[in-house]
Write a protein that binds this ligand. Sequence first.
Ligand code: UDP
Length: 271
Amino acid sequence: MKEFWPTMDFLKPRLIPMNRRRRIYEGKAKVLYEGPEPGTLIQHFKDDATAFNAKKHQIIDGKGVLNNRISEFIFQHLNNIGVPTHFIRRLNMREQLIKEVEIIPLEVVVRNVAAGSLSTRLGLEEGTQLPRSIIEFYYKNDGLNDPMVSEEHITAFGWASPQEIDDIMALAIRVNDFLSGLFLGVGIRLIDFKMETGRLWEGEMMRIVVADEISPDSCRLWDVKSNDKMDKDRFRRDLGGVVEAYTEVARRLGIMQESEATRPTGPQLVQ
Ligand code: UDP
């Protein structure tokens, strides 16, 4: 007997081949593609590592897979504790489904311990505990080398309103508190980190959410006992062992199974 419904194909998930997807944006370490539904995007993590405004560049096998998993873990926890983020769910080894937001052109850096550019700027020895957590803003502009800006610049040039800056700072403090505790619990000191925020439109309403990624690419993470660096400074400062350090972060957070490979293993040649 002929089926009444000619086809139920519309119920099947549509798999769009990678190369036919519409690419919305390509950054240094990530690509954004159009998502399956309006208001969604797919965030793809590449293996590219860059530093010093892309003057230094290298492909680090497996880094994208690790950052995808670590960032998923952090954003899922933030969602669970009521910190709004753009994250919906991880799709596969390198990709996650996110909500489309209007990115605020600021890098928000939260520091607990002196390191990097703060140490250079103020002549503080790296590792010096700061009297309290400090929030800094940098204007996202590669051509200008992401200059540090104050709230005055941000409001004068209209990058964010005073109310939005308050929301961003409240988010930054909550993310810092959560991350500091999370990492300390697994023997890691959160020295500093960078986060990005975006405007999420829900009908007439708008709220600020945490966007982009939070991973060892955007944090400084030191082992509590040895002070070993477990973050992108291993790449910036040519210390080697980048993937090993990121894998250790994932392992301590209980993310990756020991047996899980970060790179596709093809057929093995039997000798
Ligand atoms: N950071 C980042 N992207 C940037 C600049 C900084 O993720 O473009 C992170 C960096 O990994 C560190 C924190 O922000 O965790 C503070 O970085 P800093 O200002 O010390 O700059 P750096 O020394 O990395 O140039």
